[in-house]
Unconditional design. Structure first.
Length: 379
């Protein structure tokens, strides 16, 4: 039997698409932008995405953790970086030493950041977070006046600089949701209290991708663009066509193809049974690689120019597709999702098939690098 080496499963990330998206979003927002690269850049690779975003003019990078921010510095990024999710016993010294801006939601965090700054021999750059209604972190409205008073006092005595005040929306993907107006008003109230306390932060920011695109009043001095930077739609059904290009393509080689007879059950539990004779193909990716099991029998892939539907349950390492009588050779390219320009499904179509959001599709696949490699193209 002849052997044609097939490319192993891989994620292909188009850096040109990323740069295009970052530039386009900067144009749309009309204010400086932060490219959010947390969770390994939503599965696209944090360091490479950060570099592309900077090349495209991103003034800021945003990450969840201190560790992510410090990794950006270790990779050579020297621009402005903000992080916002701290462990209860977070050690801030590496962040302050690396000139990363850290978020404080409580007096305790402020004091610990000040101690880290003393240890690092630097003045920490701190941004204050107000909870305007997401109920994740951020100071409560009740705690806010005390926090800004202490923040101002520490600024005066040289303990830290307060560089920003910010918050985060809960429902920005539903532009008509009343929580958006309420949160923006709560943010304005918090800004007024901070101003009365004497704080003059350089950046005030509230908007993520959906709000940055759909809610101009929420843009303030900076928009934090995550998902849209990767070319995906943060508010399906609401977002105008901005010409963003999905940057991630997921592909794998077909393992095998074979006929099955009418009545054959496919995959665990026989949840799908062939009603006529057909052919099926095996794709070597499964939920162990981040393929959502919820997409079983619903998601589609592109093989030989045609969309093919998954049959039966997604397994740990593999799934089966209906080849409708075709018998492509082993090694034939299977495109699970991509920009959609060659007829392949998009991450959004996978999200629809799995009853989830495209954020989860790209992030969970990109988080599973054990059997897949990532390849960067710059077309
Ligand atoms: C993830 C995140 C963002 C980016 O959100 P998108 O909807 O992907 O644009 C912005 N701000 C904060 C605080 C986040 O956690």
């Amino acid at each position: 039997m002849s052997h044609v080496p097939a490319a192993p499963p891989e994620i292909v990330v188009d850096l040109a698409a990323l740069r295009h998206n970052v530039r386009r979003l900067r144009e749309v927002a009309g204010v400086p932008t932060m490219t959010v690269v947390k969770a390994d850049a939503y599965g696209h690779g944090m360091v490479e995405v950060a570099r592309a975003a900077r090349e495209a003019g991103a003034e800021w990078l945003g990450v969840a953790t201190v560790d992510e921010a410090v990794a950006l510095r270790a990779a050579g990024d020297d621009g402005r970086v903000l992080c916002w999710l701290h462990a209860p016993d977070q050690v801030f010294v590496p962040a302050v030493a690396a000139d990363v801006e850290v978020t404080a939601s409580t007096l305790d965090e402020l004091e610990r950041i000040a101690r880290a700054a003393a240890e690092a021999g630097r003045v920490a750059a701190v941004q204050l977070k107000i909870d305007t209604g997401l109920s994740r972190n951020g100071a409560t409205a009740d705690a806010w006046p005390g926090l800004v008073d202490r923040a101002r006092a520490g600024e005066v005595d040289g303990s830290w600089r307060i560089t920003g005040i910010w918050s985060h929306f809960a429902c920005s993907d539903e532009p008509e949701h009343p929580a958006n107006d309420a949160q923006e008003q709560a943010f304005l109230d918090a800004l007024a209290i901070a101003e009365a306390a004497g704080l003059r932060p350089e950046v005030r920011h509230l908007a993520n991708s959906a709000a940055g695109i759909l809610r101009p009043s929420s843009r303030f001095d900076l928009v934090r663009f995550g998902l849209a930077s990767y070319g995906l739609d943060p508010a399906p059904g609401h977002t105008p066509d901005l010409g963003l290009v999905p940057a991630m393509t997921l592909r794998a080689p077909l393992v095998s193809a074979k006929p099955v007879h009418a009545g054959a059950g496919v995959s665990y539990g026989h949840t799908w049974i062939a009603d006529t004779a057909t052919t099926v193909g095996l794709v070597p990716l499964g939920y162990g690689d981040g393929i959502p099991r919820h997409a079983s029998s619903r998601a589609q892939v592109l093989v030989d120019g045609k969309k093919r539907t998954m049959r039966g349950r997604v397994c740990m390492d593999q799934f089966v597709i209906d080849l409708d009588g075709d018998l492509p050779g082993a090694g034939t390219d299977v495109v699970l999702f991509g920009p959609g320009t060659a007829g392949e499904p998009t991450a959004q179509e996978w999200a629809d098939a799995a009853d989830t959001i495209s954020y989860e599709i790209v992030t969970r696949v990109g988080g599973r690098m054990t059997r897949m490699s990532r390849r960067y193209v710059d077309s």
